[in-house]
Design a protein around this ligand. Structure first.
Ligand code: ADP
Ligand code: MG
Length: 703
């Protein structure tokens, strides 16, 4: 018998939830906090003091000694600086633990060691963190003890965003305001805001920690930089949804408990397509909490893996030759009185609103496909997108058969009079169809798929923050809503106007719809004919942030200033160059100190054998032939290593970040591949006893 888990009790036990606040805070204070949570505004210092004291008491009752402002700088991960609640002892040497309202709402970390893309001059190195009251404080338990973590936004002293949360919150505000204008047009006067909801499915790999520690590439780059394929990959399709191995199962169990404590609704778990690959999906929630929680999911996965003698790989492509990992970002927008705007709904009125929203989303995604593509790019994802196992690098929308047909009818005839399944239409509003909710079929090859009551953006990389994709989604949809509302609010005949606008948007942007196989070469050609952008790498995508079109969009809705955008572009080039540089140096180190010495040792054994066999008067031609082939690959590897060293040295000295990033992509990366090829060939020839690294087979199958 296993112990009984009381999940209801465990859930959110480490979170300063609304319920806890309601129990502990004076009524008027609770009301003020709740109001700001729902409608925005600033907490007065007096109120903040009361909240801080209760938060501290609650945290200390749970064993906390420290607090931290937990934030998400542009490193893609989170940052925290711990402070104890300790204060000056009194005269008698007694310590009083304290936490003030000021400490709760504002922190002043030194910003100079975080990426800023030139935003922060060194003479004003201070940045500040500000409490995001909409995301609950939580307790982190680890080797340092228990720490009260306060989710915060991180800005420069002048208020420029240095993180992923600030623009996300701004984008949520923007889409809420514009979406409200849309629902008002359809008579919804009760809604006070519109909330984007996000559910992020997270893929990951688990490998044995001992083996992981024997590979510098996994330690420094998070992925294998060398490695011949194992005899078995994922071709039998036996891992997807397969029985979960015992060791992995006990990891998953622990992971769930840790996540539940943090208020993360870990729900679905299964084996994924590649050997040693798995997935976890929580239930969707408000976008900024989903972003915070996804960070916690990633951190917790790594921490819990360690406890089970495992290492969790979140890299987009840990192993060549089998699937990489991504993150499906499920997104919808809902009014605070319960209307999901991307759900076809039940009444004709809701149907029309849905078609307008759909038309706006088609327009938004078509107009800003480049930005959406950018939002899903990171260094690791360059190995995935367009590689026929993940969505292509081209953005398109999958609507499913029924909706695609409705769009087609509207575009061609101005009316949609029937549904594909032959169902009869009751047209509540003249020329627009009543949609029946259907279980939209699946298209795994689409980067952006409508799945019944949400859109699933499948391009995002497994290690990346989902902050940026959701910021972009909210922003581009806010713009389309704004333009539609500008038109419709002044229309004399609303029914006519809305019909015409839906038809117009659908006609102008139907090229973004694609229901076919996104992995096929024909699609690449077709997309080019349609004029859709095909941006193949992260650094090409970076400049989409600063086009006039992008700056106009972001400035209009107060999401990014031009300066913030320029700094982000700069950071992307820097990050790319630094990451590839680490990979190159790791390869150089492994090849020079481990792989080539091992091969040289092997050639010595072979040479000795050849001589010994010949001396004994037997035929040594086989041994000699192997020796010749190994020696040939060895010299190929040596030449490639020399070349890589040369190109790395050259690229690392370049001053212009953009030029440098492109040099890493076009020269260093190419040289890395040229070194990998002979080394992987050698791995297949050299005695297993001599080969210095755990192999793919050992890593992926012996968990
Ligand atoms: P799949 O079959 O693609 O794995 P699931 O139904 O398991 O899809 O859902 C995947 C994710 O989508 C989950 O995180 C789920 O909570 C989330 N999700 C479901 N409905 C919505 C919605 N309306 N808005 C946002 N996310 C949603
Ligand atoms: Mg999915």
């Amino acid at each position: 018998m296993s112990e009984v888990l009381n999940v209801e009790e465990i859930f959110a036990s480490n979170v300063f939830t609304l319920r806890t606040m309601k129990e502990r805070l004076p009524k008027n204070v609770y009301k003020e906090v709740k109001h700001i949570m729902d409608q925005g505004g600033e907490l007065s210092l007096a109120t903040a003091d009361i909240v801080a004291k209760e938060m501290k008491d609650w945290a200390m009752e749970h064993g906390a000694t420290h607090y931290c402002h937990w934030f998400q700088p542009l490193t893609g991960i989170t940052a925290e600086k711990h402070d104890a609640f300790v204060t000056h002892p009194d005269e008698e040497g007694r310590m009083l633990m304290e936490f003030s309202g000021k400490e709760l709402i504002k922190g002043e970390p030194d910003a100079s060691s975080f990426p800023s893309g030139g935003l922060r001059a060194t003479f004003e190195a201070r940045g500040y963190t500000a409490w995001d009251i909409t995301s609950p404080a939580f307790l982190k338990e680890d080797a340092t003890g228990v720490t009260l973590c306060i989710p915060t936004a991180f800005c420069s002293y002048k208020g420029e965003a240095l993180d992923t949360k600030t623009p996300l919150l701004r984008s949520m505000e923007a889409v809420s305001q514009q979406a409200l204008r849309i629902v008002r047009l359809f008579g919804n006067n009760d809604a006070t805001k519109v909330i984007p909801y996000v559910g992020a499915e997270q893929e990951y790999f688990l490998v044995d920690r001992e083996k992981y520690l024997k590979r510098e590439d996994l330690i420094f780059a998070g992925r294998t930089l060398f490695g011949a394929p194992a005899p078995k990959g994922q071709e039998l399709e036996d891992h997807y949804f397969g029985t979960i191995r015992e060791r992995v199962g006990s990891f998953m169990k622990d992971l769930n408990i840790e996540l539940w404590k943090l208020g993360v609704t870990a729900k679905t778990q299964h084996n994924e397509a590649a050997p040693a690959q798995h997935e976890l999906a929580p239930i969707y929630e408000t976008a900024n909490i989903a972003v915070d929680h996804n960070q916690l999911v990633m951190e917790t996965m790594k921490k819990v893996a360690g406890r089970h003698g495992l290492a969790c790989l979140l890299h987009e492509k840990p192993f060549a030759g089998v699937n990489g990992s991504g993150k499906h970002n499920n997104w919808s927008i809902c009014t605070d009185n319960g209307v999901n705007m991307v759900d076809p709904g039940d009444s004709p009125n809701e149907n029309v609103q849905f078609l307008l929203v759909l038309a706006c989303i088609l327009k938004a995604v078509d107009t800003h496909a480049d930005l959406l593509r950018q939002s899903a790019s990171d260094v690791g994802n360059d190995h995935r997108l367009g590689a026929c196992e993940a969505p292509p690098a081209i953005i398109s929308i999958f609507l499913g058969e029924q909706l695609e047909d409705v769009v087609k009818q509207l575009v061609e005839t101005g009316a949609a009079s029937h549904l594909v399944d032959g169902g009869k239409l009751e047209t509540g509003v003249s020329t627009l169809p009543d949609l029946v909710k259907d279980a939209t079929d699946r298209n795994r090859t689409s980067p952006f798929a409508f799945t019944g009551n949400k859109f699933e953006f499948r391009m995002v990389g497994s290690s990346d923050s989902i902050g940026s994709p959701n910021t972009i989604l909210n922003a581009i949809v806010a713009e389309a809503f704004c333009e539609a509302a500008d038109e419709l609010e002044k229309a004399e005949n609303f029914d006519m106007a809305v019909h015409d606008l839906i038809k117009k948007y659908m006609t102008e942007h139907q090229r973004i719809i694609f229901n076919g196989n996104g992995y096929a070469q024909e699609w690449v050609e077709e997309a080019e004919r349609r004029g859709l952008p095909n941006i193949s790498t992260m650094i090409e995508a970076a400049s989409t942030l600063t086009t006039e079109k992008a700056v106009r969009l972001f400035e209009k809705f107060g999401i990014f200033t031009r300066v913030e955008l320029e700094s982000r572009e700069e950071i992307l080039y820097e990050t790319y160059a630094k990451t590839i540089n680490i990979e190159a140096l790791t390869m150089i180190e492994m090849a020079s100190k481990q792989i080539l010495p091992a091969v040289i040792k092997y050639t010595k054994t072979l040479a000795d054998t050849v001589i010994a066999v010949r001396e004994a008067g037997a035929d040594a031609s086989v041994q000699a032939e192997i020796l010749a082939t190994v020696s040939e690959k060895l010299s190929e590897a040596k030449a490639a290593l020399t070349k890589l060293k040369e190109l790395e040295a050259k690229a690392s000295k370049m001053a212009n970040a953009k030029e440098q990033a492109f040099a890493y992509r076009d020269e260093v990366k190419v040289a890395m591949e040229a070194l990998r090829a002979p080394v992987d060939a050698l791995e297949m020839m050299v005695d297993k006893e001599i080969w210095p690294l755990p192999t793919y087979a050992e890593l992926a199958f012996e968990v």
